[in-house]
Design a protein around this ligand. Structure first.
Ligand code: AP5
Length: 209
């Protein structure tokens, strides 16, 4: 099954993708994670995109499409994949259509207030990238990753200024994809404001229909 997870920043795309990808045994491909890995390793790509990402702007379409196209050449996508955070512009969506055929697009719906509450309390493991929240998804030991025992950090693009910009960028460039995929009959809306277990359950149900 080939899925796209769409929604504003902080809608829970990554949290739910990591669960559904295990259930379906398909890879969770997050362009944000791929870019953050490149930044961590200070590759050419990482150096190019670091400032763009920290400010909350979008990486240019050509770079992003090339990255995804290469990733989808990996044999592990044979039975499908979840694209988390891609496409994010109509141009990216048009390009994706030229090299892969999507089964469903899950659109996680949450309010701007919830986006701000979630992102301002998010913590991320600096080693493995596992996500937490200081109120909604606490680690067992404060400030420490349950999975690998490393320190939890605040993402550089989770500052109030970057969050504001990311929301504005979402409405301008990404929200038009809702109608784009609705017209193609691929869009499934999910109430992303429910607690994590319920969102995951609603997503599984929607894609199994
Ligand atoms: P990316 O990493 O994709 O960031 P994003 O879309 O802004 O999404 P987030 O990771 O912030 O949120 P999420 O929806 O995954 O929510 P999460 O599950 O973490 O992209 C980062 C940057 O990379 C972009 O700004 C851009 O610069 C660049 N980029 C990436 N893709 C690109 C593309 N295609 N084109 C161009 N540039 C691109 O949850 C958030 C928090 O809420 C967590 O703390 C979590 O614990 C909590 N939470 C989750 N679900 C729930 C729930 N149901 N109830 C309560 N709390 C919850």
């Amino acid at each position: 099954m080939k899925l796209i997870f769409l929604g504003p920043p902080g809608a829970g795309k990554g949290t739910i993708a990591s669960r559904i990808s295990k259930d379906l045994n398909i890879p969770h491909i997050s362009t944000g994670d791929l870019f953050r890995k490149a930044i961590k390793n200070q590759t050419e790509l990482g150096k190019k995109v670091q400032q763009i990402i920290e400010s909350g702007d979008l990486v240019p379409d050509a770079l992003t499409v090339a990255l995804v196209k290469e990733r989808l050449n990996n044999p592990d996508v044979e039975n499908g994949y979840i694209l988390d955070g891609f496409p994010r512009t109509i141009k990216q969506a048009d390009s994706l259509e030229s090299f892969s055929k999507i089964d469903n697009v899950i659109n996680f719906v949450i309010s701007d207030e919830q986006v701000i509450q979630r992102l301002s309390g998010r913590r991320m493991c600096k080693n493995c990238g596992e996500g937490y929240h200081i109120e909604n998804m606490k680690p067992q030991k404060e400030g420490i990753c349950d999975k690998c025992g490393e320190e939890l950090i605040i993402r550089p693009d989770d500052t109030p200024e970057a969050i504001k910009n990311r929301l504005a960028v979402y409405y301008e460039s990404t929200a038009p994809l809702i109608d784009y995929y609705k017209e193609k009959g691929l869009l499934l809306d999910i109430d992303g404001a429910q607690e994590v277990g319920k969102v995951a359950e609603a997503t599984s149900k929607a894609i199994s229909k």
